[in-house]
Design a protein around this ligand. Structure first.
Ligand SMILES: CC(C)(COP(=O)(O)OP(=O)(O)OC[C@H]1O[C@@H](n2cnc3c(N)ncnc32)[C@H](O)[C@@H]1OP(=O)(O)O)[C@@H](O)C(=O)NCCC(=O)NCCS
Length: 169
């Protein structure tokens, strides 16, 4: 099997932007100059071709401006936002989205993330990846649902040891 590479492509985002549907491009490309010094784009590549990409924002992203004050709350609590996560149609359902999220966790160990979905059914995909649905908000184009994954949510820690057995006297 050809190896998959998880790479930061913030400095050369065009191949990622070109994959996105036109309405997503409208949402990010004209705004990118405002975000490019803080947001980071990561791509999962195979044979040089992007199989999944997404953007990590440390500030209110273009797609969450409709509820920017609320969005600000997550950043205040140390969360980063995942936006524009995208797998080209021909590669969907082959775990590239899942692999991208797992690689992101390795890239940012111990980091908490949040994101928004505008299609309710997508919560299944994110829940399988350790996210929890926390609330519904009103986005620019209608209802959206917020999911979050606490720091280290994917890492299983052993349960605390039971208290030492005390002998009755
Ligand atoms: C959503 C998306 C990123 C998922 O990536 P993917 O590589 O296709 O997903 P995976 O193969 O890793 O899926 C893992 C699981 O999530 C489920 N899943 C994937 N897409 C789903 C969807 N749209 N609705 C419900 N469940 C979904 C799969 O059924 C799979 O379950 P399984 O492990 O039981 O088979 C991708 O399909 C995509 O880019 N879609 C269009 C853009 C989009 O909606 N992006 C999300 C923006 S918030």
């Amino acid at each position: 099997m050809m190896p998959l590479h998880f790479k930061e492509i913030t400095e050369a985002p065009a191949p990622f932007f070109n994959l996105l549907p036109p309405d997503w491009q409208e949402g990010i490309v004209p705004q990118w100059p405002i975000y490019q010094s803080t947001a980071r784009i990561f791509a999962l590549k195979k044979k040089g071709e992007i199989h999944c990409g997404g953007i990590v924002f440390p500030t209110v992203s273009p797609d969450t401006q409709a509820y920017r004050e609320e969005a600000q709350g997550w950043f205040g609590r140390g969360f980063l936002y995942i936006g524009f996560l995208f797998v080209p149609e021909k590669y969907r359902g082959k775990r590239y989205g899942t692999t991208w999220l797992e690689a992101l966790e390795k890239q940012f160990p111990g980091q908490a993330f949040w994101l928004a979905i505008d299609e309710y059914g997508l919560h299944n995909f994110y829940e399988k990846n350790g996210f929890q649905l926390v609330k519904q908000v009103t986005g620019e184009f209608g209802p959206e649902w917020i999911l979050e994954r606490a720091a280290n949510a994917g890492i299983t820690t052993p349960p605390p040891a039971p208290p030492p057995f005390s002998k009755r006297r």
